[in-house]
Design a protein around this ligand. Structure first.
Ligand code: 5CA
Length: 445
């Protein structure tokens, strides 16, 4: 992409309404535009990051054997009357009436609708196990939408629902979600810690939230420092292997880690003092097992091998896709702007032309642009007629992982500069070597 052809409405001033870094930087980098309290448009740069996050979520869900579907944002109230949540959900539920006076709602979550799909089509245990998920916009009329996309009213969520014959099978589904979520967050460059949580309006006893540590997080967290050393790394996960998944769950849930909602001071104080950590975190996902809470009242049953009919065991599992954009920025920025992890970066690399209009410099930039595009590193070429300082500031603000700086002076010696946004380190090399270096980085992504 050439910057002169792009829509990147960056702001010089710090927007007064934004209280935390991610909100400020998303506005300043022209990623989002607020349309109403807690409701945002995603501009080209922001949308690219959102789509990258969605792609990773899809890949990891499908690796775990979960099937993508797409349910609507609007739902008939009658389904929610069956589960009893139409009245129970409270003020956060946006209730709407259509022209035929039928009660509808803008879905804050989809347990009822997916249970209705299931009961319409599944009769036998032979169709199980089954996990359906989608990535769709949700609406919750939050009392205090704030921090930009972090606590929106309309927000993008991945929500998945498992249907199983037995509790054991449903716990296996729970463990599959836990492992796939750990991998998903790691791929985005995040450390997200599963913490025992409260189930709120979704229901059930077994539930974990995933928290990314950040001072600006809305949840207070207490944990054993030992959990910070756990990594999945590149270990192979076999999602059919119950023992392996049970092992992963044990590994991540044995050290104490809880939010203020479930915090137990006695257990916390049993951790050696030097390992006790109290801080704040951003909730980027939550998984639930709730048995027959929806399947029973809604009549979602299957016939087992002996011919008996029983409600299926279910759980639901959510990832805050749009919130993750903010969470990644909270975890990765500096005074100058965003620092994108390569896996979610909107463009892999920026090309800064220091002398736009100089034939030799322009040609070198064009050549790099072609090579990097062909290598799949998606360059953003700053071809504006601007001062070098302004170009550097824009690149630092929007946080592309790499920058190649091309100017007549360096080219005289056959050199360009390659700068890593994260470390600030700059190396001089030939344009060919620069293209090859960046191409190698992005070959594996
Ligand atoms: N039905 C279940 C699982 S699918 C559910 O709705 N879970 S949830 O309420 O925990 O939401 C899942 C994730 O969505 C949360 O972990 C959080 O990351 C994200 N989320 C929830 N509310 C908001 C909000 N107002 N703005 C942005 N993201 C949100």
């Amino acid at each position: 992409m050439r910057l002169t052809r792009y829509f990147l409405p960056v702001m010089k001033e710090t927007p007064a309404e934004a209280q935390i870094a991610s909100h400020r930087l998303m506005l300043r980098a022209g990623m989002i535009k607020q349309n109403a309290a807690g409701i945002y448009s995603w501009l080209p740069l922001g949308l690219k990051v959102l789509r990258n996050i969605e792609r990773i979520v899809h890949e990891e869900q499908q690796a775990a054997g979960h099937l993508p579907i797409l349910m609507p944002t609007l739902q008939p109230a009658d389904l929610w009357r069956e589960s009893g949540r139409y009245d129970a959900y409270g003020e956060e539920l946006l209730r709407i009436r259509d022209r035929h006076e039928r009660d509808m709602l803008y879905g804050p979550t989809n347990e009822e609708m997916v249970t209705d799909i299931f009961r319409s089509h599944v009769e036998s245990y032979k169709a199980l196990p089954l996990t359906l998920y989608h990535i769709q916009w949700k609406f919750r009329d939050e009392r205090r939408p704030r921090f930009g996309v972090m606590r929106g009213r309309e927000f993008l969520m991945k929500d998945g629902y498992n249907f199983d014959l037995t509790k054991d099978d449903a716990i296996h589904a729970y463990n599959r979600h836990m492992a796939s979520y750990l991998r998903t967050y790691e791929r985005m460059g995040l450390k997200a810690i599963p913490m025992r949580a409260d189930s709120g309006p979704i229901g059930g006893d077994d539930t974990h939230e995933f928290l990314v540590l950040a001072e600006t997080g809305e949840s207070e967290v207490f944990y054993d420092k030992a959990i910070e050393d756990l990594h999945l790394g590149d270990r192979a996960i076999d999602y059919a292997d119950r023992e392996q998944l049970e092992g992963i769950r044990e590994e991540w849930t044995t050290p104490y880690a809880r939010t203020d909602e479930t915090h137990d001071p006695a257990l916390y104080e049993a951790i050696p003092e030097e390992r006790r950590v109290q801080g704040r975190g951003i909730e980027v996902g939550q998984i639930f097992y709730f048995g027959a809470k929806y399947s029973e009242p809604m009549g979602a049953t299957v016939i087992d091998a002996e011919g008996n009919r029983a409600p299926v065991h279910m759980g639901s599992h959510g990832i805050g896709v749009s919130r993750l954009v903010g969470a990644i920025i909270e975890a990765s920025h500096d005074d100058k702007g965003i620092i994108w992890p390569e896996a979610v970066a909107p463009f892999g690399c920026g090309i800064v032309n220091l002398r736009q209009g100089d034939a030799e410099t322009d040609a070198a930039c064009e050549d790099l642009y072609a090579k990097l595009s062909a290598a799949g590193a998606e360059p953003l070429y700053d071809d504006r007629n601007e001062r070098a300082g302004a170009k550097f500031n824009t690149m630092d603000l929007i946080g592309l992982p790499w920058r190649i700086t091309v100017g007549p002076r360096g080219l005289k010696d056959g050199l360009v500069e390659v700068t890593c946004r994260k470390t600030g380190e700059t190396e001089e090399m030939s344009p060919e070597a620069a293209a090859a270096k960046i191409a190698t980085v992005f070959a594996g992504i």
